[in-house]
Write a protein that binds this ligand. Structure first.
Ligand SMILES: NC(=O)c1ccc[n+]([C@@H]2O[C@H](COP(=O)([O-])OP(=O)(O)OC[C@H]3O[C@@H](n4cnc5c(N)ncnc54)[C@H](OP(=O)(O)O)[C@@H]3O)[C@@H](O)[C@H]2O)c1
Length: 281
C-alpha cells in the first residue's frame, strides 16, 4: 500500500467502499475485506448510515471486530436529513453501535441537501469535542458549496470532500480539485470503477485501455484505479466482494504513468476544458 499524509494523518491511497454490501454472501464479503486489510494494507474503510439502512455498517463492524482499531481509518456518512441539532448526536451514536467502535475517524455529510452549513459545522465540531469522531468533512460538494462552507465559523476544519471521480468523470479537475488542494481539503474519489457494470465495461473493453493496461502489467480495472491515485494526492475507495477481483484490481496499481502513457489515455479520456457541475451518484 502507498499512503499520503493529510493534516498529520497517514491515510492509504486506496481503500474499501461498502455501498451495496449485504447483497452477496456475507462470509465472502467479510473474507474479501479482511483479505484486503491483511494482505494489501487496505485499512481505509468507507461506509454510510444510508447503505442498506445500516446493514453495511453492521457487516463492516463484524469485519473489524478482531482488529486493532488504531490501525484502521473508518469513514462514515450522515444523511443531510439527520445532520441537524435534534438528530445528529443520536445518529452518530447509532452508527457507532452498528460499527461496534467508540469513534469514527472521518464523518462526512453525505450530500448538501437543505442543510444549514453553520449548524452542521457546529454539530460536527461538538462530535469532535466529545471524541465520537476524529475529523469531519463533506461529500458531493461542488466548488461553490465548499466556498459557502469555508465562509462558516470552523468551516475550514473540513478535512475532506468525497466526490465522484474516475477516468470517465474528470470534471472536478477543472476547479474543484485545485480549490480543495489550495485550501487543504483532501479529495477522496468514489466509484473509481464507474459504479455500474455497463459504464465499467465500456472502459474495460476499450482497446486503448486494454493495450495500455497490458503494457503496464495490469488489468483494465487496475488501470482505472491507478488513474485516480496517479498523483498520490487523491485517495479512493472501491467496492468488491470478490477476492479475485480484489487482487486483480490491486495488480501493479501504484506503477507511475509515463507522460507518453498519460497523453495517449487523454486523447480519449479528456480532462475538462470548462466547468461542469459536479456529477453525483
Ligand atoms: N459519497 C457518495 O455519495 C458515494 C456514492 C457512491 C459510492 N460511494 C462510496 O464509494 C465506494 C465505491 O464506489 P461504488 O461502489 O459506487 O463503485 P465502484 O467501486 O466504482 O464499483 C464497484 C462495482 O465494481 C465491481 N467490480 C470491482 N472490481 C471488479 C472487477 N475486477 N471485475 C468486475 N467487476 C468489478 C463490484 O462488483 P464485485 O463486488 O462483484 O467485484 C461492484 O459492483 C462505494 O462502495 C461507497 O463506499 C460514495
Amino acid at each position: 500500500m502507498q499512503y499520503l499524509i493529510h493534516r498529520g494523518e497517514k491515510i492509504p491511497l486506496i481503500g474499501f467502499g461498502t455501498y451495496r454490501l449485504g447483497r452477496s454472501e456475507k462470509a465472502a464479503e467479510i473474507e474479501t475485506i479482511r483479505y484486503g486489510m491483511d494482505k494489501l494494507g487496505m485499512t481505509l474503510l468507507d461506509t454510510a448510515e444510508m447503505y442498506g439502512s445500516g446493514l453495511s455498517e453492521e457487516i463492516l463492524g463484524e469485519c473489524i471486530r478482531s482488529y486493532d482499531r488504531s490501525s484502521l481509518f473508518i469513514v462514515d456518512k450522515i444523511l443531510p436529513s439527520n445532520a441537524h441539532k435534534g438528530q445528529y448526536l443520536e445518529c452518530c451514536r447509532q452508527s457507532l453501535r452498528r460499527l461496534g467502535t467508540d469513534y469514527i475517524d472521518l464523518y462526512l455529510l453525505h450530500w448538501k441537501g437543505p442543510v444549514d452549513l453553520q449548524d452542521m459545522a457546529d454539530n460536527m465540531q461538538k462530535l469532535v469535542e466529545q471524541g465520537l469522531i476524529r475529523h469531519w468533512g463533506v461529500s458531493n460538494f461542488d466548488t461553490h458549496e465548499m466556498q459557502q462552507l469555508f465562509a462558516c465559523k470552523n468551516g475550514q476544519n473540513c478535512f475532506c470532500d468525497q466526490i465522484l471521480y474516475n477516468i470517465c468523470e474528470r470534471g472536478a479537475e477543472y476547479d474543484l480539485i485545485p480549490w480543495c488542494k489550495q485550501h487543504g481539503v483532501l479529495v477522496m474519489g468514489y466509484s473509481p470503477l464507474c459504479n455500474c457494470r455497463e459504464a465499467r465495461t465500456n472502459v474495460t473493453s476499450d482497446r486503448l485501455i486494454i493495450s495500455s493496461a497490458q503494457a503496464r502489467g495490469q488489468t483494465p480495472e487496475s488501470l482505472m484505479l491507478s488513474f485516480v491515485v496517479r498523483n498520490k494526492d487523491i485517495i479512493t475507495v472501491f467496492k468488491t466482494s470478490d477476492i479475485s477481483h480484489l487482487t486483480n484490481n490491486m495488480q501493479n496499481v501504484f506503477a507511475p504513468f509515463s507522460e507518453a502513457e498519460m497523453s495517449v489515455l487523454c486523447t480519449k479520456y479528456k480532462p475538462p476544458a470548462k466547468k461542469y457541475p459536479l456529477e453525483k451518484i
